[in-house]
Design a protein around this ligand. Structure first.
Ligand SMILES: C[S@@+](CC[C@H](N)C(=O)[O-])C[C@H]1O[C@@H](n2cnc3c(N)ncnc32)[C@H](O)[C@@H]1O
Length: 291
């Protein structure tokens, strides 16, 4: 009788043990759970129960594309727009213990979000003097994220003053470009003073070497090779985000390899012009797509 009771007692202990083990495993695995369709930043954002973060959902894929190469390195990140401090902590977690984060905001209360690896600067990003003083205080900018007030003046002044300070292989990312279409922020569709309209001149600047050809000169005389031409590798526009990837650049060169086997096509007007010039004995160098 006693033996039977003992057996029942031990059976119950084993069942309780199994239940406890299953419960611990469930808690452990749910902590490890990550949605495989989301990148690390998106996972962090979705699971965030700490300080508030305010981001459009499609930004995470863009961040991953442009920022992932800096993970685990001693990267220096400046973010305009601290708000509740949540995004600064997200960057710290994503880039790792060697990163240095500088949050900039007009709201003096944001100072309380300073901690190890995170410095806070208070000032107005529309104020070019403040921006210049900021550039002197921060040792290096590898990534600049403009998520501040999003007015045209703030976005333009921040780009004008701080783009040159971004390191030679760094990234400049300006978000919430939709305010370029919102008049209270100073925007408007094709409004010449919007940030989007302003940023389009950098598409020209990226191509400035090609404006040196004689066939472009009369109409492109204002387009000159600048520091931007020599330092910007690419401009990428996404829905409401603008990214400039920097990389030192030399004048582009080209050459041909292989053998031409058919005559090149020429427009009829050019054939006639060539014939007339030949009769007149005039020789000129015709521009081609390869010039
Ligand atoms: C969109 S929130 C930033 C969100 C934050 N980066 C995040 O992901 O959670 C915009 C922030 O920009 C700040 N801001 C507004 N105007 C500013 C200005 N002129 N200069 C600097 N910061 C400004 C606001 O105080 C606010 O904290």
């Amino acid at each position: 009788m006693l033996a039977l009771e003992n057996r029942e007692f031990y059976r119950r202990i084993v069942v309780a043990q199994n239940l406890l083990f299953s419960f611990i495993m469930l808690v452990f695995l749910s902590g490890l759970y990550k949605n495989k369709n989301m990148n690390d930043l998106e996972n962090y954002f979705k699971q965030n129960t700490g300080r508030l973060i305010d981001k459009w959902h499609h930004y995470f894929e863009i961040y991953e594309k442009h920022f992932s190469r800096f993970r685990g390195t001693e990267v220096h990140i400046v973010e305009f727009g601290v708000s509740q401090g949540g995004s600064l902590q997200m960057w710290k977690q994503y880039f790792g213990e060697n990163c240095k984060i500088y949050g900039v905001d007009i709201n003096p209360h944001c100072e309380k979000f300073a901690e190890e690896g995170i410095e806070i600067y208070i000032g107005d990003q529309a104020d070019r003097k403040f921006l210049r003083s900021l550039a002197e205080k921060i040792p290096r900018i590898d990534i600049l994220i403009d998520d501040g007030g999003h007015t045209m003046r703030q976005q333009k002044n921040t780009f004008k003053e701080l783009f040159p300070y971004v390191s030679e292989n760094g990234v400049y990312l300006c978000e919430d470009l939709h305010t370029s279409y919102w008049f209270p922020w100073g925007g408007g569709y094709r409004w010449p003073f919007s940030f989007i309209e302003y940023s389009k001149r950098y598409i020209d600047n990226l191509h400035a070497w090609h404006a040196a050809s004689w066939c472009s000169k009369p109409l492109s005389w204002g387009l000159k090779v600048s520091d931007f031409t020599r330092s910007a590798h690419s401009l990428t526009y996404y829905d409401t985000i603008f990214v400039v990837e920097k990389a030192p650049k030399l004048e582009p060169t080209r050459s041909e390899t292989g053998t031409r086997t058919i005559p090149d096509w020429s427009p009829p007007w050019l054939i006639r012009l060539k014939a007339i010039l030949k009769v007149l004995g005039i020789k000129i160098k015709y521009p081609t797509m390869r010039d």
